[in-house]
Design a protein around this ligand. Structure first.
Ligand SMILES: [Fe+2]
Ligand SMILES: [Fe+2]
Length: 283
């Protein structure tokens, strides 16, 4: 069962997993994450070929970190949704920049939700078996002291405002979670560490430190992101929170021989945070 809280606090039930029905029977939830599938209209079967059914049978929830489609076309979303409809797990996703390319992001979301059974997060949060997920696409702008500031031309100010809006979406989603385990799901990178390996010239278009601040403040358990196809698989925020770049090309390149290109992480499945750590850190 997925309980999704978003605009208006709607609750959505997606009871897809026999495992999920045993909620409370185990203390750990296994999260499988991958991004940048870049489905085209002829990609049918790519998910099965790329991941294999075996790895998904060992997971309790599947997380998809954006660039689900190649050009953001409804027919690409239909090909992916058809494949996802055969995955007997709760599926959580965020969109990526490619999913916006054709100006039909709403149709992409609708198809993935209605045919693929996917919960697409855009500033919302949801819980699966006591693990909380907060999702947003994110945006660029660069990192650390070199992050782009809203100064000068209106176009620069609009760019920075979009980055700020995405950080606010993530903050809002994280603030709603009261579970012990809280997973931030992004497309863009929140830290420079997992971008390294890409051309230095494009770092500012691959992520933004503005996303890191709410992750640290709300003490997320970990972060998944995609987008950086030539980046580094693992890093940490300044507060030490693990960040995993799960872009499919990164996983294919860095995982040991024969391992399916998916990141599997186990998290405690407590329904409530007994330490009262669901809220923001207070200095
Ligand atoms: Fe991508
Ligand atoms: Fe991307």
């Amino acid at each position: 069962m997925i309980q999704a809280s978003g605009h208006g606090g709607a609750v959505e039930h997606a009871d897809r997993s026999a495992k999920a029905e045993r909620a409370g029977a185990t203390s750990l939830v296994r999260v499988a994450a991958v991004g940048d599938l870049h489905y085209t209209r002829t990609s049918q079967g790519l998910l099965e070929r790329a991941l294999g059914g075996d790895v998904l049978s060992r997971a309790d929830v599947l997380v998809l970190c954006g660039d689900l489609t190649d050009y953001g076309l409804p027919e690409e979303a239909r090909a992916l949704a058809k494949d996802l409809s055969g995955v007997k797990l709760p599926i959580i996703a965020v969109l990526g920049n490619h999913d916006h390319e054709s100006g039909q992001a709403e149709a992409v979301v609708e198809i993935l939700r209605d045919t693929g059974g996917v919960t697409v997060l855009d500033g919302e949060s949801c819980e699966v078996r006591g693990v909380g997920f907060a999702g947003a696409k994110g945006f660029g702008g660069g990192f650390g002291r070199r992050v782009l500031e809203p100064w000068g031309e209106p176009a620069i100010k609009r760019f920075v405002q979009d980055a700020l809006d995405e950080a606010l979406k993530l903050e809002r989603a994280l603030s709603r979670l009261r579970t012990r385990s809280r997973v931030a799901v992004l497309h863009y990178a929140p830290i420079k560490g997992t971008v390294e390996g890409e051309s230095l010239e494009i770092y500012p278009f691959l992520g933004s430190s503005r996303l890191e601040e709410p992750i640290n403040r709300f003490r997320a358990s970990l972060v998944f992101h995609g987008h950086c196809h030539h980046g580094t698989p693992e890093g940490r925020t300044t507060a030490g929170i693990p960040v995993y770049n799960v872009a499919l090309p990164v996983l294919r390149r860095t995982l040991s021989d024969g391992a399916p290109p998916v990141r599997l992480v186990e998290l405690p499945a407590d329904e409530a945070d007994p330490r009262g750590q669901g809220g923001p850190a207070r200095a």
